[in-house]
Ligand binder design. Structure first.
Ligand code: NAP
Length: 281
């Protein structure tokens, strides 16, 4: 009898432009695993039913993306600590008859920085722009890395204040208007907003006051070189793009579902950049 393929998925609404199937299929092929990873469009009103039907189905687990990360966390009872901290899940699997939810966005963020910088953890001061779901994962990663001064600046100040209060004494909320002064002391800047994304206005910020050895990273990866990263490069700052976060956050899920820990390699990066080009044409 031929073994049944192991099946995983990514759900979102919409989901048509997701790069995750290309990524996981690359690893499945590379490791010659009899498996599949497919995208499934699930509207918000069908999410609970979709999750309820997973145990006993042909699927072993999958990824959860926008806009379902918080709602899926609420529907699932068993959570790993990263999901609890973020009150959101991006990676789930089936254990016996129950679903388990984890969150690997913070892992993906730090692993990407580790690939391009050996000393980002030594930053005296970090500036996080944005206060949404991704900002939460970034702020937790920065506090876990021991960074003591974290300013969170957001269009809606109250959301930045909520985040700063939640994640403790290393964090404070800042106004976008005070950024020129904050930037003088910022060694690590992270854009977690959707500004700069394809079809979105750029993030308007003058990076000139930053220290000469500062790191600027953008978790937006389409386009790969956002206007913010282009400006950082033109000022000879260290610029780190967001596609690595996407690749690294996928590693723990693939390992859980298919039993092999995959690697993020230069070959994979080149392959994913081609995929990105293809979704844009
Ligand atoms: P979210 O929860 O909706 O938060 C969006 C953030 O962007 C909020 O802080 C929002 O500010 C801000 N924002 C949106 N439009 C703005 C505008 N016109 N002007 C100023 N601020 C604006 O979204 P998310 O889940 O955090 O995702 C944010 C981005 O990160 C998305 O582009 C997503 O694709 C990307 N992302 C990338 C990865 C990766 O693997 N590289 C992983 C996760 C997310 P307000 O609070 O004022 O609305």
């Amino acid at each position: 009898m031929v073994d049944q393929p192991q099946k995983a998925f990514v759900i979102g609404w919409p989901i048509s432009h997701s790069l995750s199937p290309a990524l996981h299929t690359y690893w499945l092929d590379f490791h010659e695993i009899n498996g599949s990873y497919e995208k499934i469009a699930v509207p918000p009103e069908k999410l609970e039913e979709f999750l309820d039907n997973l145990p006993g189905s042909a699927f072993i687990g999958g990824n959860i993306t926008i806009p379902h990360k918080e709602m899926a966390f609420g529907f699932i009872k068993d959570h790993k600590s990263a999901a609890i901290q973020l009150e959101a899940t991006n990676t789930i699997w089936i254990e016996g008859s129950k679903l388990v939810a984890d969150n690997t966005d913070g892992y993906g963020f730090t692993a990407n920085l580790d690939d391009f910088s050996t000393d980002w953890r030594n930053a005296q001061s970090a500036l996080v722009i944005g206060a949404g779901g991704a900002a939460k994962a970034v702020v937790i990663s920065l506090t876990n890395a021991g960074i003591k001064n974290i300013v969170i600046a957001n269009r809606t100040l109250s959301r930045a204040q909520d985040l700063a209060q939640k994640f403790g004494p290393s964090c404070r909320a800042g106004m976008l208007e005070e950024l020129p002064v904050v930037l003088e002391k910022t060694n690590l800047l992270i854009n977690t907003t959707s500004m700069g994304m394809k079809n979105q206005p750029p993030l308007k910020i003058d990076l000139a006051p930053m220290p000469a050895d500062a790191i600027v990273t953008d978790i937006v990866y389409n386009p790969l070189q956002t206007p913010l990263l282009k400006q950082a490069t033109s000022l000879n700052l260290i610029a780190i793009d967001g596609i690595g976060m996407l690749m690294h956050q996928a590693v723990p899920g693939f390992e859980k579902w298919f039993g092999v820990r995959p690697n993020v390699t230069p070959q994979l990066r080149a392959y994913m950049l081609k995929q990105l080009e293809a979704v844009n044409t």
